[in-house]
Design a protein around this ligand. Structure first.
Ligand SMILES: Nc1ncnc2c1ncn2[C@@H]1O[C@H](COP(=O)(O)OP(=O)(O)OP(=O)(O)O)[C@@H](O)[C@H]1O
Ligand SMILES: [Mg+2]
Length: 283
């Protein structure tokens, strides 16, 4: 159905945590699947964080440049995915770069990867939630923003949070206006951790709010750092309960936008010859 880009900004507002929480709560309607893709040029943190270093092998984005050069990006992409859903392969993660030094090698890969992820919809029925990190989605990786159905900027509702978000949000909006489908694809995902209301922040940044995730450090650390608070407590946490609502809201928003942006059937005047007696009647 969709490519959803999650943009962070300086100050670690919680983009990776939010992208993971959304992927773990994503509504898997009609047998769909979801992939959380760590497309952060500064490197991924899911393997060392949520997965506690436990992966079956060296899967990750760093393996894609070689595959892309030899025309095997598509098959290599599927081999990099790790299962977050106990063997059901419904919720998958594409681990990010293992260090920022690998980022230059991704320059020509980002646009191809964006095409692949935006097209997965048709070929494999997967939705993709791409974590762009604090500065990703620019330069050659801009295609991740421009091909996305929705771009969510994660913002903490503190003065520092808004201060850092301002530049990032403005740049994303301008890029979407100049080269994409317009700034209407941009929404805020707020983490209320400060004194400002959603309305105040939305007005300040001139971007509507899509959803909120609560400030819940204990549950967030399970996703960002792999801490163990017990499965039951994690699933019932504020963060994960609200993530389910947020995922539903974002999912519906994407469907709504797709409907609005879908090309309308062109209304054609009926072909007179096709109407019984039509062509003759005109004579
Ligand atoms: N909703 C939340 N409530 C409380 N703490 C959170 C929340 N989301 C994230 N955090 C905490 O904030 C810190 C940064 O989170 P995270 O790594 O997800 O941010 P990020 O925006 O991806 O950062 P970076 O730019 O470094 O990639 C972590 O310690 C995490 O536990
Ligand atoms: Mg991150």
């Amino acid at each position: 159905m969709a490519l959803i880009a999650v943009a962070g900004c300086p100050g670690a507002p919680g983009a990776t945590t939010a992208a993971l929480a959304l992927a773990m709560s994503w509504p898997l309607v009609e047998g769909r699947h979801v992939i959380m893709a760590e497309c952060d040029p500064d490197g991924g943190s899911v393997v060392a964080g949520a997965l506690r270093g436990g992966t079956p092998g060296p899967q990750g984005l760093q393996n894609l440049p070689v595959a892309a050069r030899t025309g095997r990006l598509n098959e290599a992409f599927w081999r990099q995915l790790l299962d977050l859903s106990d063997g059901a392969k419904q919720r998958l993660v594409l681990p990010g770069l293992t260090n920022p030094g690998q980022s230059p090698g991704m320059q020509s890969v980002w646009p191809q990867l964006a095409d692949l992820m935006a097209g997965i919809d048709v070929t494999a029925q997967h939705d993709v939630i791409a974590d762009l990190g604090r500065r990703g989605g620019t330069d050659s990786a801009a295609s991740l923003v421009l091909r996305a159905d929705l771009v969510l900027a994660v913002v903490r509702t503190t003065l520092r949070g808004v201060h850092h978000a301002e530049h990032r949000v403005r740049a994303l909006a301008e890029d979407l206006d100049a080269r994409g489908v317009g700034r209407d694809a941009l929404r805020l995902l707020l983490i209320p951790a400060g004194p400002y209301t959603a309305a105040e922040i939305s007005e300040r940044l001139s971007v509507p709010v899509a959803a909120e995730l609560p400030f819940d450090p204990k549950a967030a650390e399970v996703l960002s750092d792999g801490t163990d608070i017990g499965e039951r407590r994690f699933k019932r946490s504020d963060l994960m309960r609200h993530a389910a609502n947020a995922a539903e809201t974002v999912h519906s928003l994407v469907l709504q936008r797709r409907e609005q942006l879908a090309p309308r059937p062109v209304h054609q005047a009926p072909d007179r010859a096709a109407i019984p007696g039509g062509a003759h009647a005109a004579r």
